[in-house]
Design a binder for this molecule. Structure first.
Ligand SMILES: [Cu+2]
Length: 184
């Protein structure tokens, strides 16, 4: 009995603070609200302004492959991605997939892409993706590939993407010499 009473008082006090600030003096809610809010805000922004969900790279023994995943932007400003790089190759590009002459073709984006403020940008087979070209060794399932996005403001975001086997979305690549016919 002597233990139960103090415990219930502690619980009641905790619930009262969390659930109802209107009963406390006017100056206290501001202070406690600020104290409660600021840690969670700074944790969020420090931990994950940019995120990538389900990152992966397609296993291949050819000279090119794609990297995919869903990018998230937890800031309140659009993020303009202008370049990608990888430890796997010196030739990495931001690609989009377009329909040309009845077949799906992919090509380098003219001006990168934007991860909208508070939103997402999806990289997927048959759609927008990160292209890794001029590969000299097979990219094998079970390994990881490091990727880095570069933003217009000079910022970067890096992550490790596991390599997986995938059989779908075999687009052809439009070499840059073929691009003028598509840009008009
Ligand atoms: Cu591509």
């Amino acid at each position: 009995m002597t233990h139960a009473l103090p415990l219930s008082l502690v619980l009641a006090a905790a619930l009262g603070v969390a659930g109802c600030t209107s009963t406390v003096p006017a100056t206290t809610p501001e202070t406690s609200a600020a104290a409660a809010a600021s840690p969670s805000v700074s944790e969020e922004s420090a931990a994950a302004e940019i995120t990538i969900a389900d990152p992966w790279v397609k296993a291949t023994d050819t000279e090119m492959t794609g990297a995919f995943g869903t990018l998230g932007n937890n800031t309140d400003a659009d993020i303009h991605v202008v370049a990608v790089s990888s430890t796997l190759t010196d030739r990495a590009e931001l690609h989009e997939t377009v329909s040309q002459d009845g077949s799906m073709m992919m090509r380098e984006m003219a001006d990168g892409f934007v991860i909208p403020a508070g939103g997402q940008f999806v990289l997927e087979p048959g759609g927008n993706h990160l292209m890794l070209m001029d590969l000299t060794t097979p990219v094998e399932a079970g390994t990881d590939v490091e990727l880095t996005l570069e933003f217009e403001d000079g910022g970067t975001f890096s992550w490790l993407a596991p390599v997986r086997t995938f059989a779908g979305a075999q687009e052809e690549y439009i070499e840059s010499t073929a691009m003028p016919s598509e840009t008009g």
